[in-house]
Write a protein that binds this ligand. Structure first.
Ligand SMILES: [Zn+2]
Ligand SMILES: [Zn+2]
Length: 392
């Protein structure tokens, strides 16, 4: 294409044709992926029609009715596929927190594709970019930069965010089978939806007592479950940078939230994760429930995956220091801000005295941990093929 033609704004008919073609082939970008990524944010409504249909399909519950089997299937498929989002797209493709064989990797990619969250390579490209630019103007889904709605769902509808930047995920892009799944990212979802319908139709014939059928399983097992899965996942982009506690003073506004950890099977420990991305677990303590980690641990016993990475001792020590400092701050607040109404003083004066004494002493003895300059080193290392401890 001549340079002058490539610089012109494509006509509406051409954009329409491109958007429809991209439903099938997500790498079809006649104007050039780099050019598209540099455009200002703009919702591509035609490209988003399948995404709109996904949501609209949930209204099918009005016509297909309800059965206990369909309800349990919806929950089951949510959990199994949330595990794929968190344990596969996030902890494997984005961060390589464990190892597998090439066949195992393809199996994981197929499992991940059933989540209808596009290909693992597109997912990893955007996620690594998020870690490198968390909550700065470059972060495409920061609620602090773009607002809640854009961080939750808007960014995914923007034209500039559709193409995959393969240059930032070279460690994954070298596998043609992964690139194929990423390029034709509607194939697995369509097969999955068809399988849901077929499964329901079989049950209607061979297990009529369950009270389900093809249409009901399609609506509940595919549309409702997948839409819930999308919004559960999107909560990490939006809510996990707004809601919860910050253990580590990372350079972003990531937070730890028990509620999000339940909804997203462990991803709610987002501040932990932003502090140290390379560990397989996001919950650093036994009480930080991390169902994805338990699942990955179980998968490692089958031999499908191995080499799960732990949280380094230095990071755990930093966590202990941060928690200790937070306890002291809470005691100081109780003791000094409201000395006359402190419930601690009223109930156990001796304990209050010890708390205040500890607080005062610790103010002197506990060194202030400086901001870690290598907060983003793990993902940078993967992106540029460097060793984890090698600094850019
Ligand atoms: Zn984040
Ligand atoms: Zn991450």
């Amino acid at each position: 294409m001549p340079e002058s033609a490539s610089l012109r704004t494509p006509s509406f008919s051409r954009r329409l044709t491109s958007a429809i073609a991209q439903w099938v082939d997500s790498d079809y970008v006649p104007e050039g992926a780099d050019k598209m990524r540099n455009e200002p944010d703009k919702v591509d409504w035609i490209r988003c029609i399948p995404f709109i249909i996904l949501h609209a399909g949930c209204f099918g519950v009005i016509w297909v009715g309800f059965s206990a089997f369909a309800a349990w299937s919806t929950l089951f498929l949510y959990v199994v596929r949330m595990f794929a989002v968190t344990g596969i797209y996030h902890r494997y493709f984005s961060h390589k927190t464990y190892s597998t064989s090439r066949g195992g990797q393809f199996f994981l990619a197929l499992w991940g594709a059933t989540t209808v969250q596009r290909g693992g390579l597109w997912w990893a490209y955007h996620h690594r970019h998020h870690h490198q630019h968390s909550d700065d103007p470059e972060d495409v889904h920061s609620p602090h930069v773009h607002g809640f709605l854009w961080s939750h769902i808007g960014w995914i509808t923007s034209r500039r965010n559709f193409p995959t930047d393969y240059s930032t995920i070279k460690d994954l892009a070298k596998f043609p089978e992964l690139v194929w799944l990423n390029r034709f990212d509607t194939v697995v979802p369509v097969l999955f939806a068809a399988a849901m319908y077929g499964f329901g139709a079989l049950l209607e014939t061979y297990a009529p007592g369950l009270g389900t059928n093809g249409a009901q399983m399609l609506v509940w097992g595919f549309f409702v479950s997948t839409t819930a899965l999308f919004h559960g996942t999107a909560c990490i982009n939006s809510m996990a940078h707004l809601m919860g506690r910050r253990r580590f003073k990372t350079s972003d506004d990531s937070r730890n939230s028990f509620i999000l950890a339940i909804i997203c099977l462990g991803e709610g420990w987002h501040n932990n994760h932003h502090r140290y991305q390379s560990s397989t677990r996001n919950g650093f303590y036994w009480w930080e429930v991390d169902i994805t980690y338990y699942g990955l641990k179980a998968l490692s016993w089958t031999g499908l995956i191995w080499g799960l990475k732990p949280v380094p001792k230095s990071v755990m020590e930093e966590a202990a220091r941060a928690d200790h400092a937070a306890s002291i701050a809470a005691a100081q607040l109780a003791a000094h801000t409201h000395p006359d109404v402190s419930s601690l003083k009223k109930v156990v004066p001796a304990a209050a005295a010890i708390a205040v004494a500890t607080a005062t002493a610790s103010q002197i003895t506990v060194p202030k941990k400086a901001e870690d300059p290598a907060m983003h080193r793990d993902v940078s290392a993967q992106t540029h093929g460097m060793k984890p401890d090698q600094k850019a």
